[in-house]
Write a protein that binds this ligand. Structure first.
Ligand code: NAP
Length: 236
């Protein structure tokens, strides 16, 4: 996957890591960047094309797949975190809600956009996952389940798409300094550097991108619980 001259769709591009992806894509010479958001008026970056897209709304996804026929790279960035533990009254509702975005949303996006990428001669789909794929922590039930399931989806996507010329890259990171982690007081990664390092690795053909020590150690199971975890670490 070569980012220079590519045409890329980024979900959740209005803020956080998604915003940084759009910025870095322009810096790396992407030809066209579709910046998708639930409310496209919140897209403020010059040089990108704002698109209305709620990844949990199949009509939105179908509209995008009918209109953006020149895509050769999709960044499945949009995601949510909602705090819950198993014994909370609403834990199952929260698990369903988070899975609906972090698993079903990216499955739907990939299903509808992959055929476009294949038709355009191949390219890449990038799934923004997490160290949480391998790591649990108090309050992180729904998020960890969703990211572990999305890891399995990613592995399956490689089986379905690699032979058709589509690189399927997964990005894993620990804490990134965005709204999602606003209440976490510990050390956080800069979202710009996560986006930059991720896209550099995608450009080099990497399919598993472990951004930081927390991701590397989580994968090796040398930590089994999120370090420095506090009850109030996330914004929702
Ligand atoms: N922050 C971290 O520590 C961290 C670590 C590892 C991985 N990640 C992952 O990185 C990705 C980006 O997270 P972030 O930290 O940038 O979070 P963020 O600051 O909370 O931003 C989340 C983005 O996702 C969008 N979004 C949520 N649900 C959506 C939906 N149904 N349809 C379309 N867009 C939707 C939001 O749009 P609105 O503005 O409309 O809400 C927003 O643009 C997520 O997949 C997250 O799980 C984050």
């Amino acid at each position: 996957m070569k980012i220079k001259d590519s045409t890329v769709l980024v979900t959740g591009a209005n803020r956080g890591l998604g915003f940084e992806f759009t910025q870095v894509l322009l810096e790396m010479g992407a030809k066209k960047v579709y910046a998708a958001a639930r409310n496209p008026e919140t897209i403020k970056l010059h040089g990108v094309i704002p698109i209305k897209l709620d990844i949990t709304n199949q009509k939105d996804v179908e509209n995008v797949s009918n209109e953006l026929l020149d895509i050769n790279m999709l960044i499945n960035n949009a995601g949510i975190h909602k705090k819950t533990t198993l014994l909370d009254d609403d834990s199952i509702e929260i698990v369903k809600d988070v899975l609906n975005t972090n698993l079903i949303g990216i499955s739907t996006m990939s299903k509808f956009i992959a055929p476009i990428i294949i038709k355009n001669g191949g390219g890449a789909i990038v799934n923004v996952l997490s160290a949480g794929c391998w790591l649990n922590g108090h309050g992180n039930l729904a998020y960890s389940i969703s990211k572990a399931a999305a890891l399995s989806l990613t592995n399956d996507m490689r089986l379905a798409l690699n032979s058709k010329g589509v690189q399927v890259s997964a990005i894993h990171a620990g804490f990134i300094d965005t709204d999602m982690m606003a209440s976490f007081q510990g050390k956080k990664l800069s979202p710009y550097s996560v986006a930059y390092d991720s896209l550099l690795a995608v450009n080099q053909g990497s399919q598993e991108i472990l951004i930081d020590e927390m991701s590397k150690k989580s994968k090796l199971h040398s930590i089994d619980e999120i370090p420095n975890f506090s009850d109030s670490y996330c914004s929702e």
